[in-house]
Design a protein around this ligand. Structure first.
Ligand code: FRU
Length: 466
């Protein structure tokens, strides 16, 4: 076992020393040289660095042997080399160190995660484990919640820590005995975590499981984020295999209740799930998994030995009960050359290397952008108050269409184009659409239809070194 991890370390160092980012590997989205990466975990700021832990199977491109990997950064351009910090090698996490959170403490980062355990018949049990990350290594300390209380199945995972109104709480993604998605709440009393109750919401029958609960505390209001599984598609809503969204309202920790508005999807694209949020000073930052569970056929990179990426870090604000997401200001440092773009009716831009950001503001009614790669293309078009992202003309990976309702008549786009990830920020982050894409051709021609002005930036790559 030890040799296996040493070999892995050597392989990682060698990969990054050679500066290798080949094939569909992204230039400025975090992905792994090999294996499968999914949920961001343990996000926190600690001693001048932002720590990004994540689910990682370093040994294959399937959802097995989940470890926690980690990179840290002080500026979101330079990252440490990825390393493994939690291995599923104990009886209480033998089938995976599943998702969880990170809390910066005076003596290190407290990592709270789910130990996934299956018996010989595949029956699952879930434990919530606390570990401490300190001096470059994590030490598993204790099981803080053993199993689940009455009223829940063993689908009980993804602890999220929240300090609020003088108390310390853990939110856990859960499934009730009636097979309905919900959130279980724990409170710290002395040194123990005690079950406080099921978070009361007005979602009566909203999916069979809620994964990855998170809370954004805006002071007067809170947003509770979660990933409901089992919702039926409803027009332009809930079109992905599983959904990821939030509701905004007021949390009453004493009453274990959340009074809230409607459920809003956090991303209207194809490939976005299990986001995690953390606060850096007053700023709220979100990073998502730029992928989707149970859609294996959508991700054709197994032949390159890896799968999935994380989204860009986004700053989240709240206005009028709605969340806005913008790329983190530090990402401006990735911009290299700036080219003005001005289109009267139709214009074209050629990108030799897909590593760019395109800001465009349309005036007038017509607005369409086509990303053409050989005979393949992805279209983004405005019509009938909607913006629609269409990747049905792609050959490899996922296809289909997704739409978002525009919040105003104008259309302002900030499009990030990476090797196999697209992120489209619409009208100052009123909506975001994330899409993985796997074109056969290297070069991309961006075709713009309508009256638009803006800028094209060539971007630099993020770096990984210790
Ligand atoms: C969400 C999720 C979590 C779980 C983890 C396992 O994508 O299924 O519920 O903890 O991934 O990798």
């Amino acid at each position: 076992m030890k040799e296996r991890y040493e070999a892995l370390r050597a392989q990682l160092a060698e990969y990054f020393a050679a500066g290798r980012r080949s094939g569909y590997h992204n230039y400025f989205h975090i992905d792994m040289p090999f294996g499968l990466i999914n949920d961001p975990n343990g996000l926190c700021e600690h001693e001048g660095y932002v720590y990004i832990f994540y689910q990682w199977n370093p040994f294959g491109c399937d959802h097995k042997t989940k470890h926690w990997g980690m990179v840290r950064t002080a500026d979101f351009v330079n990252y440490s080399l990825p390393k493994i910090v939690l291995c599923p090698t104990d009886a209480f996490d033998k089938d995976g160190c599943y998702s969880g959170c990170g809390v910066s403490r005076a003596d290190g980062i407290e990592l709270i995660y789910t130990g996934n355990v299956k018996d010989e018949n595949g029956a699952r049990s879930s434990l919530q484990v606390m570990a401490k990350y300190k001096d470059g290594a994590a030490k598993k300390e204790k099981i803080i919640i053993d199993g689940q209380p009455d009223g829940y199945t063993a689908h009980f995972r993804d602890p999220f820590y929240l300090q609020k109104d003088g108390g310390e709480y853990i939110f856990i993604g859960a499934q009730s005995d009636e097979l309905k998605g919900c959130i279980a709440l724990y409170e710290k009393v002395g040194e123990n975590w005690l079950y406080k109750g099921r978070l009361q919401t007005s979602f009566e029958d909203f999916g069979y499981m809620w994964e990855c609960p998170n809370v954004l505390d805006f002071g007067e209001k809170q947003a509770v984020l979660f990933c409901p599984q089992g919702l039926c598609a409803d027009g332009i809503k809930y079109n992905n295999a599983h959904q990821s969204g939030c509701a905004v309202g007021k949390l009453d920790m004493e009453k274990c209740a959340f009074s809230h508005g409607e459920f809003m999807e956090l991303d209207n694209g194809f490939d976005f799930y299990a986001p995690q949020v953390f606060a850096r000073g007053g700023e709220k930052i979100l990073i998502g998994w730029g992928g989707m569970p149970d859609r294996d056929g959508d991700y054709p990179t197994d032949g390159e030995g890896w799968r999935f990426a994380l989204t860009l870090p986004r700053v989240v604000t709240e206005k009028g009960g709605r969340l806005y997401q913008k790329p983190l200001a530090e990402l401006l440092a990735l911009r290299k050359e700036k080219r003005a773009v001005s289109v009267a009716e139709y214009g074209e831009i050629v990108l030799e290397k897909r590593c760019a950001e395109l800001e465009l503001e349309f005036d007038g009614y017509a607005a369409k952008v086509e990303l053409c790669m050989g005979g393949e293309k992805i279209t983004l078009a405005k019509a009938d108050g909607l913006i629609t992202l269409d990747r049905s003309l792609m050959t490899l990976g996922g296809r289909g269409r997704r739409s978002a309702r525009l919040n105003e008549a104008r259309l302002k786009l900030d499009i990030f184009i990476d090797r196999s990830m697209l992120e489209i920020y619409i009208n100052d982050g009123a909506s975001v659409m994330t899409a993985a894409y796997f074109p056969k051709a290297e070069e991309m021609t961006v075709k713009i239809y309508g009256r638009a002005k803006g800028f094209l930036y060539e971007l630099s790559q993020i770096n990984y070194r210790d």
